[in-house]
Design a binder for this molecule. Sequence first.
Ligand code: PLP
Length: 467
Amino acid sequence: MSLQYLSTRGQAPVLDFEGVLLAGLAQDGGLYLPQTLPSFSASELQAMRGMSYTELATTVIAPFVEGSIDRDTLSGLVEASYRDFRHQAVAPVLQLDHDQWLLELFHGPTLAFKDFALQLLGRLLDHVLTRRGEKVVIMGATSGDTGSAAIEGCRQCEHVDIFILYPDGRVSDVQRRQMTTVRGDNVHNLAIRGNFDDCQALVKASFVADAFLPDGRSLVAVNSINWARIMAQIVYYFYAAFALGGPDRPVNFSVPTGNFGDIYAGYLAHRMGLPVNNLVIATNRNDVLHRMLTTGTYARQPIATSLSPSMDISISSNFERLLFDLYDGDAAQIAQLMADFSEGEINLTDAALGRAQQLFTSAKVSDEETCDEIRLAWQRTGQLLDPHTAIGTRAARLCARDGEGPMITLSTAHPAKFPAAVARAETGHTPQLPDHLADLFDREERFDTLDNDIAAVHAFMAAQCRS
Ligand SMILES: *Cc1c(COP(=O)(O)O)cnc(C)c1O
């Protein structure tokens, strides 16, 4: 019997892995998660120590895809996904101080951790769609890193046309060029005359009504509401812990957080059996999660721009998945809470907040502190951090507790992706793009500029889908 997935709000059909891979939001507005989370026994964990990244990925992911993808096929897809990473360890761990460590997640093609999930997602989609003889359309909104990682992951998928919407003139030059210079007749960049919220609203509205697509095709989500993305990210928490003495020694993670996808994967690793003492939610000035964890009130706020744009969010979609556990899987209660939230704010019960505080801690880091942290890390270790990672290491030091073991900060992006922020830190050092992107600014760009108008966007997409 294969693993079944259900919606956090309890009113959508139960699906198997293939179903959640091809779905976006559940029909009831909720997010899918496994009915029973796979877990590893103490002896299984011991046997996983010392595995290569790809062996470990196959072992961790196999129970989630059982019934949809056999182990040999999975192993092949995993190998192909991580083959082109520029570091042979795939996710190397680096020492910063005697108990502070960095998990480098930026050695993939687009220089951010999102490659870990999207390289695999593209290959899973192609495999499943080939077998089913179906085509789908990927549509996503990006303020930066998701767009390029999704394009890189899916540009070779025969059965996928991909449309990425970004706010015209409001993404960095590096980020835009990483999307618009990719060749492929299934890749479409749409510069929307509007802001990021406008782009996201266009995407959300399209998921509700996807009849504009040709031949009955459906839309697939590439942001972290897609379960497959979360699943792929669980792996590197195990990998880093094993590198530092786990499972015999508990570890701690500090995670630069926006949509709560990445840190939620760490929470799942813990629930699957990995000993973890402390999961640090590191936020920039957009501190909706920090306020939730310190006060119990979860309240939306307007987005403020910062030096760490990939964490500039007003709400964290994946927090709903954690809420589901904090409320003992009571889907009716989650549906009610999310309805209340859309009206304003919600207050966690003392029991739910207490549970969250047992594992999670949090810190908020300003732009000024971010620059200060980049400069300090450079002086003390010779390591140049990107602004998102710097928020992680600063929060790690603020939240570390004595005697709890190694603290591992997830280094979510390469510093060359955010040269302006790094320059502001005045280290006297300019990060260089790796060789495969060295000529990024000489490459020809391809994009279409469209009004913030859903009919125009749909007409464009329908006309551009390959037959
Ligand atoms: C997406 C992103 C984040 C935030 O990750 P979430 O899963 O949304 O919490 C942090 N840093 C970088 C560089 C990112 O691209």
